[in-house]
Write a protein that binds this ligand. Structure first.
Ligand SMILES: *Cc1c(COP(=O)(O)O)cnc(C)c1O
Length: 419
C-alpha cells in the first residue's frame, strides 16, 4: 500500500504504522485532534513540554519577538534575547559555568560539547582523544552523540560513521563501586579527554536511575585525573529530576553542561552548551586556528531565545518548584499500587519521572509489546510511548491529580489487554 503522506516520521516503521495521529491544538496537558478528540500528553510530547502546551507567557514572548527581530547572523552580531538568556542560564546553572554556546537541538548541544573537549585538549597540545561514556547512555542521533550513546539496532547501519568510545559499566545498585573503579582504571590507562553522562537517570536507554552520590564520585574521579566531565542534562534539566538541574543533587558543577528539551518550555528548538572558563580560554588566542569551529544557520535564533527567556521567567515568577514537588508526590502515590502488582517489575521513580516494566518474556525495544502497549494506551486517549516493555510517565508539570489518575488507569487496563 503506498503511503498516504509524503512525510517521513522519526523512529517510525511506516510499514507497521502507516497512519500518524493528526494533532491540531495543544492546551495544558492535552493535545486535540482536528475533530475534537482529546489526548492526554503523559510524556510531555517526547520530554520537552514542561509547563504544559501553549503556556500564555511563552506564546506572548514568541509573538512579541517575531515582530521585532526574526533572525540574524550570530557570528560577529548579537541581540538582546541571546545576551539576556546567556546571563540567565549562567545564573541558574550550577556555579562555575561561565560561557554559553547556542545551538538548536540536544544532539547538537552534545556534538558541540564533544568538539569543545577535543578542541580544548588539541589547543593545549595534550594528546587526549578518548571519550568515555556510560553504558546504556543516549545522547542524540548526530554522529558524535550517536557514537557516545549505546550501540544497538538503532546504530548498526551507521557503524561506519561512528567512532569508538570507552564504556563505563552502568552503576547498578550494589555494584556502584565497579563503575567508579572502572572509570578510575580507564583514566589511569588511557588518554581520556572527557566522560559524558546523563546525570541521575538514563532516558532513552531505558529510564535507568542511579543515586546522586555515584554522580558525585564519577565527578571526583574525573577531577582527580584532569578528565573533563560533560553532563548531558538535555532530558534531566528544567526540573525533571526534582531540581532545576540534576547535577545540583550531587552538589557538582560539570566542566560542560548540555541543555535543550525544556529550555524553551518545549515550544521551540533551542539548545545550549555551557562551559567552564578553562574550556573557553583554551580557544582564546590571536591565532585563528584555535577558534571554536562550529556554527549552525540558526544559532541563537532570537524567537527561540525569547521563548527560553519566557521559560526562565516562568521558573522565577510561578511556583514551578512547588509544582515539580507536588507532581513527584502525586506520581509516588499512584506508583505504590503497582509496586506489589506481579505484572510489573522494577517499579521506580526519579523526581517527576516514573518507570515500570511489564513482566513479559519478549522484552527488547523492538519487541512488539511496546507498540501494542502504546496502541492500548492511545485507545484510552493517553499518550505514552514505552521503551520496549518499559512504561514510563513523564508529564508536564501542570497535570492535575485527576488527569494523572487517567494515566495510571490506562496503564492498568492497557497492560491487562496486552498480557
Ligand atoms: C533527547 C536527548 C538528546 C537529544 O536531543 P534532541 O533535541 O532530540 O536532539 C540528547 N541527550 C539526551 C539525554 C536526550 O534525552
Amino acid at each position: 500500500m503506498p503511503p498516504r503522506s509524503p512525510v517521513w516520521h522519526p523512529f517510525t516503521q511506516h510499514a507497521l504504522q502507516p497512519d500518524a495521529v493528526g494533532i491540531a491544538r495543544g492546551d495544558g496537558a492535552w493535545l486535540e485532534t482536528s475533530n475534537g478528540r482529546r489526548i492526554l500528553d503523559a510524556i510531555s510530547s517526547w520530554w520537552v513540554v514542561t509547563h504544559g502546551h501553549c503556556h500564555p507567557r511563552i506564546v506572548a514572548g514568541v509573538k512579541q519577538q517575531a515582530e521585532m527581530l526574526d533572525q540574524v547572523i550570530f557570528a560577529g552580531f548579537t541581540h538582546e534575547p541571546a545576551e539576556r538568556l546567556a546571563a540567565k542560564l549562567i545564573e541558574l546553572a550550577p556555579p562555575g559555568l561561565a560561557h554559553v554556546f547556542f545551538s538548536d537541538s540536544g544532539s547538537v548541544a552534545v556534538e558541540v560539547a564533544i568538539k569543545m573537549v577535543l578542541g580544548f585538549w588539541h589547543n593545549r597540545g595534550e594528546p587526549r582523544t578518548v571519550v568515555a561514556a556510560l553504558e546504556h547512555g543516549y545522547h542524540g542521533d548526530t554522529t558524535a552523540a550517536m557514537s557516545a550513546g549505546a550501540r544497538g539496532v538503532f546504530s548498526a547501519p551507521y557503524a561506519p560513521m561512528l567512532f569508538d568510545v570507552a564504556r563505563i559499566p552502568f552503576p547498578h545498585a550494589e555494584r556502584e563501586q565497579q563503575t567508579i573503579d572502572a572509570l578510575d582504571s580507564l583514566c589511569r590507562r588511557s588518554h581520556v579527554a572527557a566522560l559524558i553522562v546523563e546525570p541521575l537517570i538514563l532516558g532513552a536507554g531505558g529510564m535507568h536511575s542511579y543515586p546522586a552520590h555515584v554522580l558525585r564520585h564519577m565527578h571526583d574521579v574525573c577531577a582527580a585525573h584532569g578528565v573533563l566531565l560533560i553532563a548531558d542534562e538535555v532530558m534531566t534539566g528544567w526540573g525533571r529530576t526534582g531540581t532545576l538541574f540534576a547535577c545540583e543533587q550531587a552538589g557538582i558543577t560539570p566542566d560542560i553542561l548540555a541543555t535543550a528539551k525544556g529550555l524553551t518550555g518545549g515550544t521551540l528548538p533551542l539548545a545550549a552548551t555551557l562551559a567552564r572558563p578553562e574550556i573557553f580560554d583554551a580557544h582564546l588566542d590571536e591565532d585563528r586556528t584555535r577558534t571554536f569551529f562550529h556554527s549552525s544557520s540558526y544559532t541563537a535564533n532570537p524567537i527561540c531565545c525569547a521563548a527560553a527567556l519566557a521559560n526562565c521567567a516562568i521558573w522565577e515568577d510561578e511556583p514551578v518548584r512547588e509544582r515539580v514537588g507536588a507532581l513527584a508526590t502525586m506520581q509516588a502515590e499512584r506508583l505504590t499500587k503497582f509496586a506489589d502488582d506481579p505484572r510489573f517489575i522494577d517499579v521506580r521513580q526519579t523526581g517527576t519521572i516514573t518507570a515500570l516494566e511489564l513482566a513479559v518474556r519478549d522484552a527488547g525495544y523492538l519487541a512488539d509489546v511496546g507498540p501494542r502497549l502504546s496502541a492500548a494506551f492511545l485507545a484510552r486517549d493517553v499518550l505514552l510511548r514505552p521503551l520496549g516493555n518499559t512504561i514510563y510517565v513523564m508529564p508536564p508539570y501542570c497535570i492535575s491529580a485527576a488527569e494523572l489518575d487517567l494515566v495510571y488507569e490506562a496503564i492498568d487496563v492497557g497492560a491487562a489487554s496486552v498480557l
